[in-house]
Design a protein around this ligand. Structure first.
Ligand code: SF4
Length: 269
């Protein structure tokens, strides 16, 4: 027979306190180990040698130029272990969304014959992008035209709600720019993809709610983003620093920028 009732109450209280201390301790120590591994793994990844088409909708060309040049982020602005875990969790959600769509009757290409994501390069490899999927067939009831680009993003509840309320173009212009560019540059591989609206899927990471939106091809946006990319590449090759997006480091985008110190303290112009 078990007998956990014997012993003084004080001993039980002390044990509880000790358990809590141990629990806090192991949590901190274990997270440190997990984070140091995930950060080390990130550091081993090869740096990009191209301008990512998924980033071109960012409003500051100077920031994109820093990214393209692989300039290290300001001290203390590198991704933390937690941030890197958030990215990984997002990838898991996105993998799940592929299954959800396929089970709902979509034919979705996500990897080519070599097991790699579909994508494109242009400007002699200086601009590149990787797409989440190509829809080649959709349930008849949806009346979708194919082939169509599919992009998926997972986001926290507040961001997801804003996307549902305002729609992709207003709430997430970076993603809208990404989709326009991908539709344009994937046309060569999947004829007709730029004529058919893309399907954008947003996953609420807190509740697993899903939002889908059809995004018609925006020619002007694709052209503007493509011109912006060429401008960044040309300026970089000419060793010119592109202008800042703002007149003061207090601008809200600068406050969150990973290059704020370099941009406002180190560079002189
Ligand atoms: S600090 Fe502001 S202006 Fe400078 S690169 Fe970042 S976003 Fe652009």
């Amino acid at each position: 027979m078990l007998d956990f009732n014997s012993g003084a109450n004080s001993r039980r209280t002390n044990n509880n306190i000790n358990d809590q201390l141990n629990s806090n301790n192991i949590s901190k120590q274990l997270n440190k180990l997990i984070d140091s591994e995930i950060i080390a793994k990130r550091k081993q990844e090869k740096s990009r040698s191209y301008l990512g088409a998924s980033r071109l909708g960012a409003s500051c060309s100077r920031m994109l130029q820093y990214e393209y040049r692989n300039i290290p982020k300001d001290e203390g602005r590198e991704f933390t272990g937690q941030a890197l875990r958030v990215f990984e969790v997002g990838h898991v959600f996105e993998e799940m969304a592929i299954n959800w769509l396929q089970n709902a009757g979509f034919s979705l290409l996500t990897k080519d014959s070599k097991g790699k994501q579909y994508g494109f390069t242009c400007a002699r490899g200086k601009i590149a992008g990787h797409v989440d999927g190509i829809i080649t067939a959709a349930p008849d009831s949806l009346n979708m035209q194919v082939p169509a680009l599919w992009e998926v993003k997972s986001m926290k509840a507040s961001s997801w709600k804003e996307t549902v309320k305002k729609g992709l173009t207003l709430s997430k212009p970076i993603y809208a720019a990404q989709i326009a560019l991908y539709q344009a540059y994937m046309e060569e591989q999947f004829v007709g993809i730029s004529k058919h609206p893309a399907l954008f899927t947003a996953i609420n990471k807190d509740t697993a709610e899903l939002y889908h939106e059809l995004i018609p091809f925006d020619t002007h946006l694709a052209q503007r983003m493509s011109d912006k990319a060429v401008n960044i590449i040309k300026a970089t090759e000419a060793k010119e620093l592109l202008p800042r997006v703002a007149a003061s480091p207090d601008f809200y985008e600068c406050k969150y920028c990973s290059y704020q110190n370099r941009c406002w303290e180190v560079e002189n112009d």
